[in-house]
Design a protein around this ligand. Structure first.
Ligand code: ASP
Ligand code: MG
Length: 416
């Protein structure tokens, strides 16, 4: 008998039929003798609908009131799911985030969980109830309703699993698990049986949307056994996120390819090559609260140099505005921008022990005539920025070059 936390995403509870299906799945786990805590998202599309509704009232709604509105989506689902379980003769009890007391900080719309009072849940479980908790929401110290940011129900699930010391946290979604890359782009993309936390973190922060990045951080920190699987299939082990690398010859070099279409590049041309320049360019960007991703500064010649960096495309106009004063101030020649950039990244812990991964990546792109505009690396990741029109081609040829379609090799063969 195990204690399991199951989180069901929006599509898994998208309509009454789906909710009934979830109820039967939970009932099955109960019948096997497991204790189950369920975390649910709002029905699919509901959070977007609520955001749109708010925007029709105000272009800049108070974050506190926005959270009051957004939290209702999940409240509907917990009630409906409990009713569906009652219909099956299963005892079930629902809780909103503030009822469980998922205590968060007061950063409305992106709050962080501080603590969870799991005592009432334990009591209910002891009495044989399934406990159903609203994802994505909590309450701050003053009793204000908070939400955890888009995709936040994943984090609620993992945090509850950590607080309860659950044997496993299962994240149910509409795909079979974590894939080598997006199957909509590469039809040979394959579901992974396992992936390490480190890799999953990179994949999540690089654009793979299976899990909210914070939930992966949380699970890694508290050693929660985390599994991603489909609620649309009766069978299947999904993908287990592991702490350990499988190691040895079996360790694939590359586990997955992540990508992000929405990048923009800014270049400040002809800046004087002297201390403080990077700060003078990026300071105003930081003040405008814009995240900078890759940064490249060329080596200066004739005392001047070019300075490029990438940001999210949505921030492009604001970034240009922030830089307007900078040009005169530091005496740069001009500022250039390009909003049709994309980032492609290969991720794998096996990179650590295999030289030549970068050269294989660059050769593969060169053979297709794809120009690399920027490069950045970490121990287990290599990212390149390319023109957006080459994105899908780049993902496809890299998937092939590293043999990701083949579980037996996954990049182990071929010259470096
Ligand atoms: N309903 C919220 C969203 O759509 C939270 C979640 O589904 O995880 O972002
Ligand atoms: Mg989600």
């Amino acid at each position: 008998m195990a204690l399991i936390v199951q989180k069901y995403g929006g599509t898994s509870v998208g309509d009454p039929e789906r909710i009934k299906k979830v109820a039967s799945r939970v009932a099955r786990f109960r019948a096997e003798g497991h204790r189950v805590v369920v975390v649910v998202s709002a029905m699919s599309g509901e959070t977007n609908r609520l955001i749109a509704l708010a925007s029709q009232i105000s272009s800049k709604p108070s974050p506190r009131e926005l959270d009051v509105v957004l939290a209702t989506g999940e409240q509907v689902t917990i009630g409906l799911l409990c009713m569906a379980m009652n219909e099956l003769g299963v005892k079930a009890k629902s809780y909103t985030g503030s009822q469980v007391r998922i205590l968060t900080d007061s950063a409305h719309t992106k709050a962080r969980i501080l603590s969870i009072d799991e005592t009432p849940i334990r009591t209910d479980l002891q009495e044989g109830s399934v406990v159903v908790v609203a994802g994505f929401q909590g309450v701050d110290e003053l009793g204000n309703i908070t939400t955890l940011g888009r995709g936040g129900s994943d984090t609620t699930g993992v945090a509850l699993a950590a607080a309860l010391g659950a044997d496993e946290c299962q994240i149910y979604t509409d795909v079979e698990g974590v894939y080598t890359t997006d199957p909509r782009i590469v039809s040979e993309a394959r579901k992974l049986d396992t992936i390490t936390f480190e890799e999953m973190l990179e994949m999540a922060s690089l654009g793979s949307k299976v899990l909210q990045i914070r939930s992966v951080e949380f699970a890694g920190k508290y050693k929660v056994k985390l599994r991603v699987l489909s609620s649309f299939l009766e069978e299947g082990e999904g993908t287990l996120i592991t702490v350990e690398e499988s190691g040895g010859m079996e360790q694939p070099i590359i586990s997955g390819i992540a990508f992000n279409r929405d990048e923009a590049k800014l270049t400040v041309l002809g800046v004087p090559d002297r201390p403080g320049i990077a700060y003078q360019i990026l300071g105003p960007i930081a003040e405008a609260n814009i995240d900078v991703d890759m940064i490249i500064q060329n080596v200066g010649r004739d005392g001047s140099t070019d300075f490029s960096f990438t940001i999210g495309r949505a921030d492009y106009e604001r970034a240009m505005e922030a830089l307007a004063g900078v040009k005169e101030h530091i005496g740069a020649r001009s500022i250039a921008g390009d909003t049709s950039m994309a980032k492609v990244s290969i991720v794998g812990v096996g990179m650590r022990s295999h030289p030549g991964v970068a050269s294989r990546m660059f050769r593969t792109l060169a053979e297709e005539g794809i120009n690399i505009q920027m490069i950045s690396t970490s121990e287990i990741k290599i990212s390149v920025v390319v023109d957006e029109k080459y994105l899908e081609l780049a993902v496809r040829v890299l998937h092939k070059a590293f043999e990701l379609e083949n579980p037996a090799t996954r990049g182990l063969t071929g010259a470096g």
